[in-house]
Structure formats: C-alpha cells, structure tokens
Write a protein that binds this ligand. Structure first.
Ligand code: TXA
Ligand code: MG
Length: 331
C-alpha cells in the first residue's frame, strides 16, 4: 500500500474523512500524540488497528469525539463526568464511562468505554467530518508514541493509506486516563495533572500501576500491563546520571544522558528522545529521575515502563548486556 503523508488542508481532511467512512485507517494529530484512527462504529475497521499495530486484543481503544453530545451518546453520563467535562474538555484527558452503543472491537469486550474530546483544532475538524474515531497512539505496539507525522510514517509506511501532518504535538505524553464508572480512579497520568484533577474530584485515587510494577487485573487497567515506550537501546533512570554516563563513556558504550529540565519540556521531548536513540544507534539512554509533580508524574510513569523499572542507585554496579558481552558500569 502507498502511504500518503499530507499537510492538513481542507482537501486532505476531506480525503481522510472519506477513508475513515470507507473503513480505512488514517493517522491524525492531537495535542498529546498522534492517533491511528478508524470509524469507531465499524468493528471491522477497528480490527485493522489491532492488526497494523500488533496490539494485544484485550487492550481497549479510546473513542475520540468533537462535541459533548457525541460523548453523551457513547457513554452513560454521571455527576463526575459532568464535572470532568466542564473542567477539562476539550483537552488531554480520557474518561472511562459505562459504554452505550460502542462495538466490542473498540472496548475489547469491556462494559466500559474511554472517551476523549481533543483540544487540537485539526483533530476537532477531522472528527467533525469523519464521525467518532477509535484511535490508539499511532506507534507499533511497544514502541515510543509518535509526536510527529514523521514518527508515524516511520512505523506505518506501506501499512496505512494516509498520515495527516499537523506538526509536532504540544503536550508530548498521552492523555490522562481516569475511570468514572465507580469511584474516580487515575489509571494513567497524562496531559491533565493529578493536582488539577484533585481540585475537581477530591476523592480520586491513584491506581497502583501508575508508579509500580504490579500484577494487574486486566479489567481495571488493561494498557498498563504491557511493555511500553521502549526503543531498542537500553533505557535506565539513574540517581547519579553524571557518574553512570562517565562510566559508560570510559567503557566505549554509545550513550546519551538527559538531565531534567522543566516538566513540561521534558514531557514534550520524551518520546522523540527515545526514538532518536535508535536512529543514532545508541546502546544506552540515561535519564535523571523525574520529579513526580505536575506532568512530571507522566514522565516518570513512561520512563519507568521504557526502562522496565530500572532505577540505578548512586554507587550501584549496573551490568549492561551488549550483544553477547556484559559491560559493568557504576552509577
Ligand atoms: O492521548 C491519547 O490518549 C492518545 C491520543 C491518540 O488520543 N491515545 C492513546 O491511546 O494513548 P492508547 O490506546 O495508546 O492508550 C489508551 C489507554 C490504554 O492504556 C487503554 O488500556 C486505556 O487507555 N483504556 C481505553 N479504554 C479503556 C477502558 N474502557 N477501561 C480502562 N482503560 C481503558
Ligand atoms: Mg499507546
């Protein structure tokens, strides 16, 4: 299949909407990351998303809408949904509600559905034309999420007909996912921070899997049990990043070290940095431990997964496996 990479115009949006309506996949920008979209009401089209990404069949998709009415037609509303909608939507947040008329292919058979109303103007225009769109992040399953159209193209060239290019994503990490089916719970930190949520939902709790490597009940938080966001290069979080970096350089390891800047910038750069590691043929990517405040909590959540929960203490010896050899580094 020939994959077209098109800047967003009236024409490319209309083409995209036509493709969606005929059951094809189209990648599009949002303020968080790029999405790989299909008609949310067409189960056969939605199946193509799982095939193209290599996504496990038990991991449900988010449905993207462009109005409150559309959202209310897809999930059972409640008081908390109203509060969250008024405070944060449109914006980088997804709320899980009891599902109404959404196909099983979207929800992976769950009785709930994730609903999101993106803030990105091009996303809104696209959804308005194409109807509700089921879309995960537009990356091959397990790889870092895409924050540019080129990232999407790198993963899906030859596999989908169209990538709509709306430039780089502003937020850089995915939407916050909360479930409001019962008592409010944070399932995935993202563009809307926990501090912002607590102001609107004072009794919200945080799922254990946000910062820990816990055994998961698939129904509560299906997405968090899979390996995620990982490039080929080994990713680690280091308490003494400078020391580990010097030790790696001395041993001839191809390495990069990222210090913390501010949380917002770190979030925006995160996935592009992970992707660049492979483009540059690096063997080791070291990150300083992020703050867990504001959007820093999302950066920590993604980095813990990308590193398979590898946090290296100061002074700790770290064995890096390179091909058949082990290199001993010191943190
Ligand atoms: O920012 C975003 O959310 C991006 C853009 C494209 O909107 N989308 C995205 O989708 O990150 P995805 O599929 O990569 O992540 C969706 C997460 C997964 O962890 C999934 O398990 C969870 O949301 N999710 C979706 N529906 C759910 C449901 N009914 N119950 C619990 N979790 C759900
Ligand atoms: Mg994803």
């Amino acid at each position: 299949m020939n994959t077209r990479l098109e800047r967003i115009t009236e024409e490319s949006l209309a083409l995209g909407a036509e493709l969606i309506k005929s059951g094809e996949l189209v990648a599009f920008p949002t303020e968080t990351v790029y999405g790989l979209g299909a008609d949310a009401l067409n189960g056969q089209a939605v199946k193509k998303i799982f095939a193209a990404k290599g996504r496990p069949g038990d991991n449900p998709l988010i449905v993207h809408v462009a109005s409150k009415e559309q959202m209310m037609s897809l999930g059972y509303w409640n008081d908390n949904a109203e509060k969250v909608f008024n405070a944060f939507m449109p914006g980088p947040i997804t709320m899980v509600l009891k599902r109404k008329m959404v196909p099983d292919e979207v929800t992976a058979g769950l009785d709930s559905v994730g609903l999101r109303y993106p803030e990105h103007p091009d996303a809104q225009r696209f959804i308005s034309l194409a109807g509700p769109i089921a879309a995960p992040s537009a990356n091959i399953s397990g790889k870092p999420s895409p924050t540019s159209a080129q990232h999407v193209f790198d993963d899906f060239n030859g596999k989908i007909p169209l990538v709509l290019d709306g430039g780089e994503c502003g937020v850089g990490v995915e939407s916050t996912v909360i479930s409001l089916v019962e008592a409010p719970i944070l399932l995935r930190p993202g563009g809307v921070t926990l501090e912002q949520l607590v102001r609107v939902l004072p009794d919200i709790t945080v799922h254990d899997a946000v910062l820990a490597n816990v055994k998961l009940d698939a129904a509560a938080s299906p997405g968090m049990k899979y390996k995620h966001y990982a490039p080929i290069a080994r990713v680690v979080i280091a308490k003494n990043g400078e020391g580990l970096y010097r030790s790696a350089l001395e041993k001839g390891v191809k390495v990069v070290y990222y210090r913390k800047q501010d949380d917002v910038t770190d979030a925006r750069n995160l996935f592009a940095r992970l992707r660049r590691a492979d483009e540059d043929g690096l063997q080791l990517v070291i990150f300083e431990m992020p703050n867990k405040e504001g959007i820093g909590l999302s950066v920590a959540n993604r980095l813990l997964r990308a590193s398979a929960f590898t946090v290296i203490e100061k002074g700790e010896v770290f064995s890096l496996l390179l091909g058949g050899d082990t290199v001993e580094l010191q943190g």
